[in-house]
Design a protein around this ligand. Sequence first.
Ligand SMILES: Cc1cc2nc3c(=O)[nH]c(=O)nc-3n(C[C@H](O)[C@H](O)[C@H](O)COP(=O)(O)OP(=O)(O)OC[C@H]3O[C@@H](n4cnc5c(N)ncnc54)[C@H](O)[C@@H]3O)c2cc1C
Length: 263
Amino acid sequence: MKIIVCLKQVPDAEDVKTDPETGRIIREGIAGTINPFDMFALEEALRLKETYGGKIVLLSMGPQDAYHTLRYGLAVGADEAYLLSDIKFAGSDTLATAYALSCGIKQLDHYDLIICGIQTTDGDTGQVGANLAEILEIPNVYYVNKIIKYQNKKIEVERLLEDRCQILQVTLPCLISIIKGTNIPRMPTLRGKIEAENKLLKILNASEVKVIEDRCGLEGSPTRVVKVIIPNKRKQGVILKGCLDQNIVKLVQFLKNKKVVSI
Ligand SMILES: Cc1cc2nc3c(=O)[nH]c(=O)nc-3n(C[C@H](O)[C@H](O)[C@H](O)COP(=O)(O)OP(=O)(O)OC[C@H]3O[C@@H](n4cnc5c(N)ncnc54)[C@H](O)[C@@H]3O)c2cc1C
């Protein structure tokens, strides 16, 4: 089975900052790391490969330094990696990102399964997987919690919803998005790191993946971040301690003072 795992490099920071003027995420001066949600996607792919055999190909669109992020993915067990990197991709919204990824995938010939994370820690839209499946015209299952089995060119997956679980059978090729916490992603071993140095890691530019230029980057992005607003933090609530009767009196007085009630 040939599995493509979409990995995004995100800023390695708890608090992702946005430029208030342009609405763009500030990436300068911040080290990159694999989007933590994509680690679960990669781990699922590694487990599938261990059970059924096959090959794992990593795909990312991002700046040239995302190379290191992909090398990490190779060190934990993926077989080869492709980074789509070109100034023409800059400013891509989710649709333009998915379009560029779809062009990269079309250059990889055959594939059976594409695995994405459920969202990223920077853009955080959770849209790229669905957009990508739509462009490639393949089935898409979001919120996958477990891949149960692979048989006769189909996979059976468990999809976790708020109030129930669905068991779905999907015909390959298809795209699935893995939720967080579904497995424990492995760390690279020293041997894995050494082996990764000899694995194929290729950077492809826009013309190499044959994109239609006005479908990518800022020009190909139908959405614009007009403004970014950080909501005011809610004030801490008041906790009334002690006896219930006294607290009721205090609460009523408090509400009267705030003119919330007139008693
Ligand atoms: C209007 C708009 C303008 C933007 N402009 C810019 C900009 O100028 N510069 C900029 O850096 N960002 C920009 N962004 C953010 C950019 O669109 C996102 O980084 C990108 O589209 C991915 O979206 P996301 O991070 O929300 O991914 P999600 O949809 O939350 O990710 C879901 C999954 O898709 C896969 N995935 C997502 N992105 C990639 C990727 N790049 N490579 C491989 N796999 C991926 C991963 O498996 C991931 O777990 C903009 C976003 C919007 C909405």
